[in-house]
Every structure is written in structure tokens, then in C-alpha cells.
Design a protein around this ligand. Structure first.
Ligand code: UDP
Length: 337
């Protein structure tokens, strides 16, 4: 059994990754500060997997508490680093909170890893580091030019790891997620945002009658139906990419950067229509103004992950919206339902 430390271990993507890791030879130590997640997610992960996990409430800004996690668990072999603030709009309003949480938190983590000689890390990055790419589907060697404080923190967290990997002989996987959506096929774990900033959680809440209508941010983009196009990826596929990345890091050092998407884009209108079919009724929407900083279309080329990790997305649009609806309808108020 290899012991893996998961930061932000109770969050949306971590919960699904925990389930996939627990199917194999991994023992998990989770840390989270619960500012944007629920302990109930961990209960459900344990029920679904039939295995227990070690959980410690720790904030990455508390370097002494973080150090004691490594002291208590000297056999930690690798880290998956999810913990971060992630709302683009909020990051524009509160940049210092974002830089402090994401950068200082990551520096504390990387320093504790160095101190305890843990040299393998999978980092939860984002396609947001590409900004508005010149070519789509974007490849991993495209220029990094994030356009908001959240994106800047992800790019910096990547850069710090790249420099450290070189100097300290670490093995690092930077996973650039496209648009994670959907839920576990049990409907028991899923995305439970304080406020839904992203499209699909918002559509889910409208479908459930919690919110009145979806506002589509512009229908005059240079795309086939005029609404924004993104590369949506099922969270279970994304979770599996982490398992493959850990396998990769077990026998190769250096820096490995992968796009984790499907390579296929869907428009906002296509997503709303697919969701209506999944929930069986019309979803009210209106066309509103463009959202500041938005771009027309982003999709990712996932070929490198296929060649080097042996990973590719297996689930399609139907599985994404059907699982999202199952989670939403079984848990109308998320983990507090
Ligand atoms: N979007 C929308 N209404 C919403 C939320 C999002 O029309 O309430 C659009 C947004 O303009 C983009 C797509 O949905 O074209 C995905 O947005 P999201 O915020 O989920 O992801 P990101 O823009 O970060 O890729």
C-alpha cells in the first residue's frame, strides 16, 4: 500500500479521485480546511468504497500543523495537491486572499515535502493558465498567459513546482483540467458549491427549481450557435487521470504536463439542451450580456495524456448531464440535504 497525502481532500474533484484511488493499492491521508467542502463527502467516500480514510483538519497556511501531518505519517510517498480557492470573479475582487491562500499554502506544502523528503506530486492545474489560446484544441506547449488572479496563482504554483522539480529531482505531474462536470454514478457525491459560478451547477439548480433561470453570457460569440464553447470532462474520467499520473510518477522523474479534457467542445446552448433531456423538462434561460473576461471557445488536445499516461476520457455528454442530475435530484441542497 502506498500512502498518498491529498490536500483539499473533501472537495469536488478530490472526492471522486479518492474513490478511484481506493479501488487500488493506495492508502489515503486527507487534509482540508472545509472552507469550501463538507465532511459529509468523506463519509460518503468511505461508504461507497468500503474503506476507511485518515482525515486531519488542516489549513495549508498553518505550516506547523502541516509539518505534524508528515511527522505522524512518515510513510507518505506522494501528494495530490487540490487545495486552492477557485472562483475567478472572487479572485478579481480579493486578489490578496487568492495569492495568500494559493501561493503561501502551496509554498508551505512544498517546503514540508522537501523537509520530509517526499518527492512526488500531482498538481491540480487548470486550462485557465492558457488564457485565450491562439490555437485550439490547445496543446501543452502553448504560451502561459492567464488573465485573472486565480489563473495567475495556478500558473505560479506550476512554475514553483517546475523550478523545484529541477533543483530537487522531484517527479511532478501538472494536470491542466478543462471543464470538470458531472458526478459519481451513485449520485452520492458531486459538486456542492457555496454559490454556483460555473455553468453546470447553475443549470442543475435551475432544473431543480432552486434558481429561476439560466442567464447565458452572450449569444454573439464567434461560435456555431453564438454561445461559448468549452471542453467539458466527466469528473470520474478526470479522477482516473490522477491515478494514472501517480503510476507515471512512480517510475519517471522530472516534469510531466498534461491536458485533461476530451478534445471536443460543446456550446452553452448544447449543454442546456442536454440537461433538459436528462431531467425531463425545459430549463428556462435568457440571453444576457457577456461576462467580463470570457472567451469564445477553449478546447484541449488530450493526445499527450493518451500517449504517456494511457489515459483518455471514456464518458460522454449524456453521462455528464445524467450523473449531474442524479446528484442534484438526490441531494437538492448538496451535502446538507
Ligand atoms: N456560462 C453562462 N452562464 C452561466 C455560467 C457560465 O452562459 O451562468 C457560460 C460561460 O460564458 C462559458 C461557459 O458557460 O461560455 C462555461 O463557463 P464556466 O464558468 O463554467 O467555465 P469557464 O468559463 O471557466 O471555462
Amino acid at each position: 500500500m502506498k500512502k498518498v497525502l491529498i490536500t483539499g481532500g473533501a472537495g469536488y474533484i478530490a472526492s471522486h479521485t479518492n474513490i478511484e484511488l481506493l479501488k487500488g493499492e493506495h492508502e489515503l491521508v486527507l487534509i482540508d480546511n472545509f472552507i469550501n467542502s463538507s465532511a459529509e463527502a468523506l463519509e460518503r467516500v468511505q461508504e461507497l468504497s468500503g474503506r476507511s480514510i485518515t482525515f486531519i483538519k488542516v489549513d495549508l497556511l498553518d505550516s506547523a500543523a502541516l509539518d505534524s501531518v508528515f511527522v505522524q505519517h512518515p510513510t507518505i510517498d506522494s501528494v495530490i495537491h487540490f487545495a486552492a480557492l477557485k472562483a475567478v470573479g472572487e479572485s478579481v475582487e480579493k486578489p490578496l486572499d487568492y495569492y495568500t491562500n494559493n501561493i503561501t499554502g502551496s509554498l508551505n506544502l512544498y517546503s514540508a515535502m522537501k523537509k520530509h523528503d517526499v518527492r512526488k506530486i500531482v498538481f491540480s492545474s487548470s486550462a485557465t493558465v492558457y488564457g485565450d489560446p491562439d490555437e485550439i484544441p490547445v496543446k501543452e506547449d502553448a504560451p502561459i498567459r492567464a488573465t485573472n488572479p486565480y489563473g495567475h496563482t495556478k500558473a505560479m504554483m506550476e512554475q514553483i513546482l517546475m523550478d523545484t522539480a529541477k533543483a530537487e529531482d522531484w517527479s511532478v505531474a501538472l494536470l491542466r483540467y478543462f471543464n470538470p462536470v458531472g458526478a459519481h454514478d451513485s449520485g452520492q457525491i458531486g459538486e456542492d458549491p457555496n454559490y454556483p459560478n460555473n455553468l453546470l451547477p447553475f443549470v442543475s439548480q435551475v432544473a431543480a427549481g432552486i434558481r429561476e433561470k439560466v442567464v447565458i453570457f452572450g449569444d454573439d460569440w464567434d461560435t456555431p450557435d453564438g454561445t461559448g464553447v468549452r471542453d467539458y470532462i466527466h469528473v470520474t474520467d478526470l479522477a482516473k487521470a490522477h491515478v494514472k499520473s501517480l503510476e507515471k510518477l512512480a517510475n519517471s522523474s522530472g516534469i510531466h504536463i498534461y491536458n485533461i479534457g476530451t478534445g471536443r467542445g460543446y456550446s452553452v446552448l448544447e449543454m442546456v439542451k442536454a440537461f433538459s433531456e436528462a431531467c425531463g423538462h425545459k430549463i428556462p434561460y435568457e440571453i444576457g450580456p457577456r461576462r467580463e473576461g470570457d472567451i469564445a471557445e477553449v478546447t484541449g488536445n488530450p493526445a499527450k495524456a493518451k500517449t504517456e499516461l494511457g489515459w483518455q476520457a471514456e464518458l460522454g455528454l449524456n453521462e455528464m448531464v445524467e450523473s449531474a442530475w442524479k446528484w442534484q435530484s438526490q441531494n437538492p441542497h448538496g451535502y446538507n440535504s
